[in-house]
Design a protein around this ligand. Structure first.
Ligand code: AKG
Length: 271
């Protein structure tokens, strides 16, 4: 489990790093599962609209899928891992936890080239999740091989979760990290980011308002992570969310302000 210091660090700095949770066999299975999803081989022959390249059209663009837990049993069980979900509960400060989403991120290796297409821009997850009634949401980032500075480690801006939702600063698709960093520092006075290196199977967590990004993978091999995100049971659909997020569409057409995120797509993982 997380130590009290980890939980304090999450509260103060908006992120923390947990020990290794997943072993080599679980990692092997997860990598295979992600490959299957990318190739369109989905459980129960489902079709799924959430698989897309995200940054650039070239060979170094990052690929990502959303909500693969609903079309792949291995990804679902990894996101529902009891230890992982227990950690999320401690960080959310609640007992009952639901899965909000999962995102598999596949960042190709450039073998030395510093190609901006491989960057994920500075963003706050909540800027894409504004249909949620609360910013008390937590993202996990599971390393599916060692994650290093060389292969594009996650970068977080400590304390940025206390700024509230900021607007007009880059975004997931805005790959100019240097330009955004300069603007963030000049306008908001936020400090430089911290790089989070992880061992395979290790996990970091960040708050939904923590500003984060990742740089290019200049190694020769792809870098994969699985990033499930969690909410407290009782989180509900906030109709004012702008822009609307796909999560609320998964609630179905009869959703209305106050509808709880629950049911098939937001399973209860811990009572
Ligand atoms: O791992 C990465 O490269 C970025 C992950 C990310 O943006 C996220 O988990 O929200």
């Amino acid at each position: 489990m997380l130590a009290a210091d980890d939980i304090n660090q999450f509260r103060e700095s908006g992120y923390c790093v947990a020990p290794v949770v997943f072993d080599a066999e679980q990692i092997r299975q997860a990598r295979r599962a992600i490959d299957r999803v990318y190739s369109g081989d989905l459980d129960e022959g489902r079709s799924w609209p959430f698989i897309e390249p995200v940054t650039g059209d070239g060979p170094y663009g990052v690929r990502t899928t959303l909500f693969s837990a609903h079309v792949n049993q291995i990804i679902r069980s990894m996101a529902a891992n009891e230890v992982l979900v227990g950690m999320a509960a401690a960080l959310l400060g609640c007992e009952a936890v639901r899965l909000w989403q999962d995102q598999a991120i596949w960042k190709p290796g450039t073998s030395g080239a510093r190609v901006e297409d491989g960057n994920i821009g500075f963003h706050q997850d909540y800027s894409y999740w504004q249909d949620s009634s609360t910013t008390n949401m937590v993202s996990a980032n599971i390393a599916l091989q060692d994650v290093t500075v060389e292969n594009g480690a996650l970068r977080v801006v400590p304390g940025s979760h206390k700024l509230g939702l900021i607007r007009d600063y880059g975004g997931f698709f805005h790959t100019d990290l240097n330009g955004t960093r300069q603007r963030l520092q000049a306008d908001l006075g936020v400090g430089p980011e911290v790089l989070i290196e992880l061992k395979a199977g290790q996990v970091s967590f960040h708050h939904s308002l923590t500003i984060h990004a990742s740089g290019p993978n200049t190694s020769a091999l792809p870098r994969l992570v699985l990033a499930p995100a969690y909410i407290a049971d009782g989180t509900y659909f906030r109709v004012e969310g702008q822009p609307p997020c796909p999560h609320s569409q998964l609630l179905g057409d009869d959703r209305q302000h106050g509808s709880p995120y629950a049911g098939e797509f937001f399973p209860l993982l811990r009572q």
